[in-house]
Write a protein that binds this ligand. Structure first.
Ligand code: FA5
Length: 334
């Protein structure tokens, strides 16, 4: 009986000094369970005489009740502390930036190239490509551009060292016409997209490296009306069904007659590209019988096409490769 207060106080201390739920749980059996000191005292009560048993029994019972209550109280406190800690540790800050993994995408010029290829594939054309480093003969002579033509001067053309190599960076996609006619028998229905080079200064409307798409048809009975119809179709596919085209007389050494093709878009006429009936001189150079076959060709700049269609005022936006620009075209990524 005399040891009871000391035992109770030791147990209460143990309960109060438990700092975690696990700590308290691990002591449960020795504090409140059947193996606890007080439980053992209760079990030994039978050996005492009745008066002593009643006195000690009551005191032990009371002490066990107090301890069980304290245990429950401490248990709930520690449980609550654990819950608060978990909530704090597992809190998600929804305003934090996520780990971004931008996916790659296609440049607007690639997208428009693909689009044009699809438009013409749908009407039976094939896509052919030629080299960017081109023989001067294919870039100029075979296209009926004589040696003294202004386009051949140093101002427009990037010549390749040594000059005797007779290589140039192609100034247009038209040498692909020649390559196609030299290697294929008519009928020919092709488009030739590709990168082209001119020694123009980079400004809002010019770039020394730009893209063109050439169209070439050689068949029996091909006339200017086929050219006009094809350009109408192409323009409507590119700019929308309401677009109208017009041909303005012009000059290119490789076409006769030649024309500029304009489109009426957003309330004004805009120059889109050059075109014409393939010059019989060019057909002759390529071994195509001009009595049997005739053809048309057209060529337009793709940067300028994008500029018109998407209301881009400065060509540098297209060539500088800023992702913020490209993303507007659905090139993918975030
Ligand atoms: C030609 O290059 C002719 N080969 C087109 C052609 C093909 C005519 C077949 C007849 C038959 P031109 O020099 O006008 O034509 O150039 C065509 C287009 O290229 C221009 O309308 C323009 O959109 C684009 N272009 C020319 N120079 C530049 C440049 N420095 N920067 C961006 N685009 C350019």
């Amino acid at each position: 009986m005399s040891q009871l207060p000391e035992i109770v106080s030791r147990i209460k201390n143990a309960i109060n000094s438990a700092t975690t739920l696990e700590d308290l749980r691990s002591q449960k059996s020795t504090i409140v369970g059947d193996k606890s000191e007080l439980a053992k005292i209760s079990q030994g009560l039978g050996q005492l005489d009745a008066a002593e048993r009643a006195r000690l029994g009551k005191a032990v019972g009371q002490a066990r009740g107090e301890i069980a209550e304290l245990f429950e109280k401490r248990y709930s406190e520690l449980e609550r502390a654990r819950d608060l800690r978990v909530i704090d540790e597992e809190r998600v800050d929804v305003t934090l930036p996520t780990h971004r993994h931008p996916s790659g995408g296609l440049h607007p010029l690639t997208l428009i190239n693909n689009e044009i290829a699809e438009i013409f594939t749908a009407i039976g054309y094939q896509t052919v490509e030629g080299p960017e480093l081109e023989a001067a003969w294919l870039n100029f002579d075979a296209l009926n551009i004589p040696a003294d033509h202004p386009a051949r001067t140093m101002q427009d053309t990037f010549f390749i060292d040594p000059l005797e190599s007779n290589l140039v960076l192609r100034t247009h996609t038209s040498p692909s016409q020649i390559r196609t006619m030299l290697s294929h028998q008519p009928p020919i229905y092709v488009i030739c997209p590709g990168r082209t080079y001119r020694s123009d200064e980079l400004d809002a409307t010019h770039t020394p490296v730009f893209s063109q798409v050439e169209g070439l048809v050689i068949d029996r009975g091909i006339s200017m009306s086929h050219l006009k119809g094809t350009l109408d179709f192409f323009a409507k596919e590119m700019f929308g069904a309401e677009v109208v085209t017009r041909l303005r007389p012009s000059f290119f050494p490789f076409t006769e007659p030649s024309a500029e093709v304009d489109i009426f878009f957003n309330g004004r006429w805009i120059e889109w590209g050059g075109c014409g009936m393939v010059n019989p001189e060019v057909l002759k150079t390529c071994g195509v019988d001009s009595n049997e076959f005739s053809g048309f060709a057209f060529g337009m700049g793709l940067e300028r096409t994008l500029m018109v269609r998407h209301n881009i005022s400065d060509i540098r936006e297209i060539v500088e490769g800023d992702l913020r620009f490209s993303k507007k075209f659905g090139m993918g990524g975030r």
